[in-house]
Design a protein around this ligand. Structure first.
Ligand SMILES: Nc1nc2c(c(=O)[nH]1)N[C@H]1C(S)=C(S)[C@@H](COP(=O)(O)OP(=O)(O)OC[C@H]3O[C@@H](n4cnc5c(=O)[nH]c(N)nc54)[C@H](O)[C@@H]3O)O[C@H]1N2
Ligand SMILES: Nc1nc2c(c(=O)[nH]1)N[C@H]1C(S)=C(S)[C@@H](COP(=O)(O)OP(=O)(O)OC[C@H]3O[C@@H](n4cnc5c(=O)[nH]c(N)nc54)[C@H](O)[C@@H]3O)O[C@H]1N2
Ligand code: SF4
Ligand SMILES: [Mo]
Length: 677
């Protein structure tokens, strides 16, 4: 029998609808979903090739256990026994759990609960640390919340869009479609990126092609021009913000010519952009990793939010500063508390709200951890026992040779994934899980939109849902009454009790609301919340706090030995560490091997020709990639995707962190390039 079943794409956080064609329990095809409000029938190449990864021959089908140095097949009972006996020996601060941007909220919730209730530590993190930790650190003090404050649909209602460090056409293609529609109706789009990306070329009316890592200079310049020409929104500043005098004083002291020179953005473009932004009725500012992934990412975000505040672009549909978490559940895993300082619902440890006491009462346990846990990269270095679920630090974390040393030294390394990833290959125990349409649960997509995935097919072999595995271990460690869940819906019931913004979200409602419900949704008759900050910000005094930011250069700049800037990022055809997209034949065929974008002038100086193999060397190590000569990158700057294990970008990236949030500087380090002889 052939059936058509609706689901949501497994890749980015736009959350597009698709139909799967299922014959006798196996997916045999797919079609876009015309009536889904996010994509209205459109899908990008990943969404059009969404399901093949499920059927890759090398899906994990049984638990594996390391014996005499080899990973061999095992049983759930055997691995549970070993995990339980080992974890009973661990002191709280010796244990760490890395959760996943690929899991459901129900999975994530039990993972953080396990870490806090059973292991008594806040050492729980997920890829959000590598993705938007600077957002939390930057927007917390500025507007009080680091979530996307509007609906992605409203992007098309704007008359100006400012895209900062985001390659929207490749990374959020269906959001780019909304920006295209706004443009067709006359909206102006400004793209700020050191590369002439397809986004800059096809969407941008102005391309601010700044030097990498100089965003703060450009943003300070724009604010200076706005204030000195009285283009600011005086009423908004007066009624909704604080700190204008200090900001004005700071900007007055800065030299526009000098900032323009260092950033390479001309005074003409700065003036034009400042006016475009200030004169827009509805301006949406969307940013991502080009701003985040620096040692100064938090500074950049504070400056950008301050800019949006002084032009009064907050609190209405289609306005505000929009951080774009990219993983399918990048938002939800954070909502559920898989972060070292946040209990579920972003209840920060160490605040007067005392979440450890509150959750102690809700969960019926004592002595919950009150101190912050370790951030992602430090957890890898400093714990003895690790449980890594649905994240692949051997590819995604910076300086992976150091990551390998740390992981190899663990007393116990458990990796729970759908493949034997680069990280799983180092594990003592590998746990096979079901994914995507092999289980049910909810995700929160980029704009806090909660949508449900239904179970449509069976997982391979003995693979089990992520939540089930964690509950089994918790039960065996003596916490049966706290993890007595027999289905994800029972977990969601508990989530709804302890995370107020999810209170009104039920499976039944989601199944009847195509496009999902945006949290906060405090009750079952509440429609969900599209726009934040309509009356006040989430800061203690309800005001937007304008921030004074000084420019600081990136940690590692070009020198004689390493004369170029290396920046890393994404291609539309692949996803992160490649585990899924590289097992999808059509996507892999598009970009089968890693490439490095090099400016033709740099190439000529080094005898590099298009398509030839080059070595990229940094202070961490060397890798090889295929040179792609293009004017899309400026002279002195090379760009490398991080999707390819045999040409692993993170072998050479700089592990230095933003001190305020632990974000690695993936976007700038110094590198040398040479032809492979
Ligand atoms: N195809 C695809 N889509 C994805 C993903 C994927 O892996 N593949 N991942 C998802 C996830 S989790 C995320 S977080 C998003 C990431 O989405 P993006 O942030 O859009 O992706 P990146 O390619 O990492 O970086 C964006 C841009 O930042 C620019 N940049 C580099 N340095 C600077 C700088 O100093 N200043 C400025 N202004 N720009 C700079 C780069 O040239 C690049 O074009 O994508 C999501 N969508
Ligand atoms: N150099 C460089 N590095 C970067 C970045 C960059 O721009 N440059 N970007 C950073 C950013 S923004 C992000 S978000 C991170 C992403 O880093 P990761 O989240 O580590 O990358 P993914 O490849 O998405 O890893 C997800 C893992 O989950 C597995 N998986 C899939 N479905 C399931 C499931 O249902 N259950 C379980 N248990 N596992 C599953 C996949 O096989 C894969 O191993 O990378 C960061 N690293
Ligand atoms: S835009 Fe994102 S959600 Fe939509 S089809 Fe592409 S990868 Fe999937
Ligand atoms: Mo991300």
């Amino acid at each position: 029998m052939i059936e058509y079943k609706q689901t949501i794409c497994p890749y980015c956080s736009c959350g597009c609808g698709i139909y799967l064609v299922i014959e006798d329990g196996k997916i045999i095809g797919q079609e876009p979903q015309n009536e889904h409000p996010i994509n209205e029938g459109g899908n990008c190449p990943k969404g059009r090739n969404a399901y093949q990864f499920l059927y890759s021959e090398d899906r994990l089908k049984t638990p594996l256990i390391r014996k005499n140095g080899e990973l061999v097949q095992s049983t759930w009972d055997e691995v549970f026994e070993l995990i339980t006996s080992k974890l009973k020996e661990a002191e709280p601060n010796e244990f760490g759990l890395l959760a996943s941007g690929k899991n459901t909220n129900e999975d994530a919730y039990v993972q953080q609960k396990f870490t806090r209730v059973v292991m008594k530590t806040n050492n729980v993190e997920y890829c959000g640390r590598l993705c938007h930790s600077s957002t939390a650190a930057g927007l917390g003090p500025t507007v009080g919340s680091g979530v996307m404050p509007i609906s992605q649909m409203d992007i098309e209602k704007t008359d100006c869009i400012f895209l900062v460090g985001i390659n929207l056409k490749e990374t959020f293609p269906l959001m780019a479609k909304r920006a295209m529609r706004a443009k067709a109706k006359g909206a102006k789009i400004i793209v700020m990126d050191p590369r002439k990306t397809i986004t800059a070329r096809e969407l941008g009316d102005i391309h601010l092609q700044l030097e990498a890592g100089t965003d703060v200079l450009v943003l300070n310049s724009l604010m200076k021009i706005i204030l000195e020409n009285e283009l600011e929104d005086k009423e908004f500043i007066e009624s909704r913000t604080t700190g204008i005098e200090a900001l004005r004083e700071h900007l007055t002291s800065l030299d526009l010519q000098e900032m323009s020179k260092i950033s390479s953005v001309s005074l003409k473009d700065l003036n034009k952009t400042a006016r475009m932004l200030a004169k827009a009725k509805t301006c949406c500012v969307i940013y991502n990793q080009g701003l985040n992934q620096h040692t100064t990412g938090t500074d950049g975000i504070k400056a950008l939010a301050t800019l949006a505040l002084i032009i009064g672009q907050y609190g209405r549909p289609g306005t505000g500063l929009c951080p774009t978490r990219g993983q399918i559940n990048g938002e939800g895993t954070g909502d559920m508390g898989c972060l070292n300082v946040f209990y579920p619902g972003f209840q920060r440890v160490g605040t007067p709200a005392e979440p450890h006491i509150k959750f102690g009462e809700l969960w019926g346990v004592e002595n919950l951890p009150a101190e912050p846990g370790l951030p992602y990269t430090k957890m890898i270095q400093q714990t003895k026992y690790m449980w890594i679920i649905g994240t692949n630090p051997m590819m995604a974390a910076p300086d992976v040779d150091r990551v390998r040393e740390s992981l190899e030294a663990k007393e116990l390394l458990i990796v729970q994934d759908i493949y034997l990833t680069e990280t799983a290959q180092l594990a003592d125990i590998v746990l096979p899980v079901s994914t995507w349409v092999e289980r049910e649960g909810v995700h929160a997509y980029v704009d806090r939109r909660v949508q449900k995935i239904n179970k449509l097919v069976e997982p391979p072999g003995d693979a089990k849902p992520d939540w089930w595995v964690v509950c089994q271990v918790a039960n065996r460690m003596g916490f049966k009454d706290k993890f007595d869940f027999s289905s994800p819906s029972e977990i969601l019931d508990e989530i709804r009790k302890v995370v107020p913004p999810y209170r009104g979200i039920t499976y039944e409602r989601l199944e009847n609301t195509l496009g999902g419900i945006q949290w906060p949704c405090p009750s079952e008759d509440h429609p969900g919340t599209s726009t934040f900050f309509t009356e006040k910000f989430n800061t203690p005094d309800g005001l937007g706090h304008l921030q004074v930011i000084e420019y600081k250069p990136p940690a590692e700049l070009p020198d004689k030995a390493y004369p170029y800037i290396l920046s890393t990022g994404r291609s539309i055809f692949h996803y992160h560490t490649g585990t899924m997209s590289r097992r999808t034949p059509k996507l892999d065929a598009e970009v089968p091997i890693n490439y490095c974008q090099v400016n033709p002038k740099d190439a000529a100086a080094k005898n590099i020709t298009d398509g030839c193999k080059i070595t990229l060397s940094t202070r961490r190590g060397s890798i090889e990639a295929k040179a792609r000569l293009t004017d899309d990158v400026p002279k002195g700057f090379v760009f490398l995707p991080f999707h390819f294990s045999e040409s692993c970008a993170n072998k050479i990236t700089n592990p230095v962190l933003d001190p305020s949030c632990g974000m690695p500087e993936y976007k700038v380090c110094s590198v040398n390039i040479e032809v492979v002889k």
